[in-house]
Design a binder for this molecule. Structure first.
Ligand code: SF4
Length: 433
């Protein structure tokens, strides 16, 4: 099967020729076939792809235009240059590739995984002076906080943010927190439980992880969200969960929290768009954030897959809306999805609701299964898509010359409390089933 990049290029060529698009494939934007430096040089936005309509905050780092030699280089030339630079650097560099990264970049990764797995994997390479993170900004921040101070974490394209992470910033969360303190007080109840425990999803800025560390809170991943919520319910009357409303709602619902006790806090509305009574009664206060990639999946797509393949097994990520998770056969993190697919008997048909690059890769790795993406439109995560082999060649060749480009550094004043929140998470053991 073709990679996502090459499929989009084929669609673009056919559209240019006036031919019909490939059978059963369409893309949300043929502009994806251009190098991301085109979007970097134009309007500051996330660029084409699943997050293209999301608002890019003005504080988001901007990437300067990539030098021409990398923009003009052919895929074959970039391949040679990346391999040569990696070879010359040897153990001095480790390249990390997120599951949602394009195959054209993943092929150079020493480790492939989710953001937290990758940050931990980098720790096993003690000789690495540089950690090149082919993911998005918050992932590089986490890797920086968990690596040694003398190791440089590099994000090949600074414009590779995450629209979900950007939906909750420190100022709006602090404002919300102060309002909640005013409404709900700060004193523990008769059982010693404080009014609110903040929980931030791994997909958030280091500043928010630091906020949680400072306010008795914790970080969670999509793999351990229910363990983390259970920990928080022992210590707090309710939680404030940011930035992903869907992961919070899906996890709370699976733990038996009624929807009426999971109000949404919209930072753009007075009192979050809710009221005192609802907040007093709440167990999980959900931040108004979402992932534009996972928001694309729908119950109608599941119905279509079931009509076409009556034996299909539908597996979706918990960042999908609740109705989609409810209609699926299984919902879980990328790790759960990978394991469920690996355990499927040959001949199974599996529809997957997560980022297209991972789904395509799983389909390539498992020719004995019929795996397809629930979303018929090829629409990758536009922020992850900002990492292109051109940027990778640029940062690796600079390293070879002894120059560190695009280093992501989290100040210690933020990293210290953020590590507290991360350590709290790591100390938790999943509840026995
Ligand atoms: S897939 Fe969603 S959560 Fe992940 S980096 Fe892209 S926008 Fe962010």
């Amino acid at each position: 099967m073709e990679s996502v990049d090459s499929t989009i290029q084929l669609i673009q060529i056919r559209e240019r020729q006036g031919a019909e698009t490939l059978t059963g494939t369409a893309t949300c934007s043929t502009a994806l076939a251009q190098g991301p430096w085109v979007f970097d040089a134009e309007a500051p936005s996330y660029g084409p792809g699943a997050s293209m309509l999301d608002h890019l905050p003005s504080s988001a780092p901007q990437q300067k235009v990539l030098p021409e030699e990398y923009r003009k280089a052919s895929p074959a030339e970039l391949d040679l240059r990346i391999r040569a630079a990696k070879h010359a650097l040897g153990e001095r560099v480790v390249v990390l590739g997120h599951f949602y990264q394009r195959d054209e970049v993943i092929q150079y990764a020493d480790f492939v995984g989710d953001s937290f797995q990758l940050a931990q994997a980098a720790r096993t390479r003690s000789k690495a002076e540089a950690i090149v993170f082919c993911g998005v900004h918050f992932m590089a921040e986490t890797a920086d906080m968990l690596s040694r101070p003398d190791q440089a974490v590099i994000l090949p394209n600074l414009a590779a943010g995450c629209s979900m992470a950007d939906m909750a910033d420190l100022d709006s969360v602090t404002e919300c927190w102060e309002e909640l303190e005013e409404l709900l007080g700060t004193q523990p109840d008769a059982h010693g439980r404080v009014p609110v425990i903040p929980i931030t999803y791994m997909n958030s800025s280091a500043a928010l992880k630091g906020f949680c560390g400072e306010h008795g809170g914790v970080v969670c991943t999509s793999s351990n969200a229910s363990t983390v919520l259970a920990w928080a319910f022992e210590r707090g009357q309710r939680v404030l969960f940011f930035p992903d409303q869907h992961l919070g709602r899906n996890t709370g619902k699976a733990m038996g929290v009624p929807l009426t006790q999971m109000p949404m806090w919209n930072p753009r509305r007075a009192m979050g768009g809710t009221d005192v009574e609802t907040l007093r009664n709440a167990k999980v206060i959900l931040w108004h954030g979402f992932c534009s990639v996972h928001k694309r999946f729908s119950v109608a797509q599941i119905a279509e897959a079931r009509a076409k393949y009556p034996d299909v097994r539908v597996i979706v990520h918990p960042e999908c809306p609740m109705e989609v998770v409810d209609a699926a056969d299984l919902a879980g993190s990328t790790d759960v999805i990978n394991k469920a697919i690996a355990a499927s008997p040959a001949g199974s048909t599996i529809a997957v609701g997560t980022e297209i690059n991972l789904v395509r890769r799983l389909a390539n790795q498992h020719p004995e299964l019929n795996i397809f993406c629930l979303d018929p439109v090829i629409c990758p995560c536009s922020t992850m898509y900002r990492i292109h082999p051109g940027y990778l060649a640029w940062v690796l060749e600079a390293l070879e010359r002894g120059e560190i480009l695009n280093r992501i550094t989290v100040p210690e004043s933020v990293a210290i409390p953020a590590r507290v929140a991360l350590e709290r998470m790591l100390s938790l053991k999943p509840a026995a089933k």
